[in-house]
Design a protein around this ligand. Structure first.
Ligand SMILES: O=C[C@H](O)COP(=O)(O)O
Length: 256
């Protein structure tokens, strides 16, 4: 049985004041929700401040990126997975399309990062998805397959029991132009079937989030789809009440 998982990706947003205000409003009410796992992923600099607000809360914290080198060393500006362990951070977003596009992260680097995160028993949120151009030229399945195969070849199919996948069509990110529930479901089913070709039990177990302009008014329809297990939320996660409404929609979607 899969429990839906909603993660808020704050991207390069946040401040001490926002954290206090946002999580002050959000956490208490989020505690009342059943059948949903929740995380917030602030910029790394604010992890401690978020953790202080989440003491004794079931809401977890994650980071938005991690170094493709484990341990410690001369990697200016990077955060290592060992630091996540040290700080008690269980989740790391890996391969977000903005990292792939703006910082030239390759499928291979993304696969390396997934392996490094798994190696420390943390959970990677692996982002995959196609551009508008790729969708319009019928390349969606080819693109997500290539992105997934790179990770399967690196970590093996069994490891997917400990990976969260976030399908994020790039054309729907921050555009207000969400994929329809049917469009999203079709790709989620494709992803699950692809995994099932390697291992049916793992495929049934893996949580596949949808990301791309999820809002309170479209969340329920998306999460009701049989292969959509919650969401990776950008813009709407910055508003505590919108984020709460989305988490509520996930908690009310059927367990799958
Ligand atoms: O990581 C989150 C996604 O990029 C979605 O962002 P968005 O909800 O602002 O479209």
């Amino acid at each position: 049985m899969r429990i839906p998982f909603v993660a808020g990706n704050w991207k390069m947003h946040g401040s001490k004041a926002m954290i206090q205000d946002h999580l002050g409003q959000f956490t208490q009410q989020a505690e009342a929700l059943n059948n949903v796992n929740i995380a917030v992923c602030p910029p790394s600099l604010y992890v401690s401040a978020v953790q202080s607000q989440l003491t004794s809360s079931s809401v977890k914290v994650g980071v938005q990126n991690v170094c493709d080198q484990a341990g410690f060393g001369a990697y200016t500006g990077e955060v290592s997975v060992d630091m996540l362990v040290d700080m008690g951070v269980p989740y790391a977003i890996v391969g977000h399309s903005e990292r792939r596009a703006f910082y030239c992260e390759t499928d291979r680097q993304v696969a390396d990062k997934v392996a490094i995160v798994l190696d420390k028993n943390l959970t990677p949120i692996l982002c995959i998805g196609e551009t508008l151009e790729e969708r319009e030229s019928d390349q969606t399945e080819h693109v997500v397959k290539t992105q997934l195969i790179a990770v399967i070849e690196k970590v093996g199919i069994a490891a997917f029991a400990n990976i969260v996948i976030a399908y994020e069509p790039i054309w729907a990110i921050g555009t207000g132009k969400t994929a329809s529930p049917e469009q999203a479901q079709a790709v989620h089913a494709f992803i699950r079937n692809l995994l099932a070709q390697h291992d049916t039990a793992v495929a049934q177990q893996v949580v596949i989030q949808y990301g791309g302009s999820v809002k309170p008014d479209n969340a329920a329809a998306l999460f009701a789809q049989p292969d959509i297990d919650g969401g990776l939320i950008g813009g709407a996660s910055l508003d505590p009440m919108d984020f709460l409404a989305i988490c509520k929609a996930a908690s009310q979607s059927c367990l799958k």
